[in-house]
Unconditional design. Sequence first.
Length: 148
Amino acid sequence: MAVLSGGKRVGVQLGAALALMAATSVAEAQPAPPSLSIELNGAEANAKACRLSFVIDNRLSTGIDDMALELVLFEQDGRVNRFVVVRTAKVPAGKSRVRQFDIPETSCPSIARILVNDVKECSGAGLTPGACAESIQVATRTDMRFDN
């Protein structure tokens, strides 16, 4: 173990600190992996239906021409209420779109959880249902759980 004089020790410590800062900034500069963010943004009563509002943020490198999501709605006691398939329509690459879906004869407070169970279809240049499913990240701004 070498003993350094005061000036050399500061130089070595400063060099190590600069190297650590450079490595950290390179790690931070890495772009986020491509993803498809789906946020359950709202749930409100609409006549005899529950209107669900979703914000779809396409962070993939290609636009989505259409995507069919199979959602499972769970009741407060954990029982499956129903399966529904919803379609997103076009969501261009790098853009967000808001989509609303009415779930007939369902009161919003009766839904405790929504699960993205499957991606039935996903069309766009080079897209497959499996690739879209793997890229989905979900979030919610409601009292309902939203999972994938």
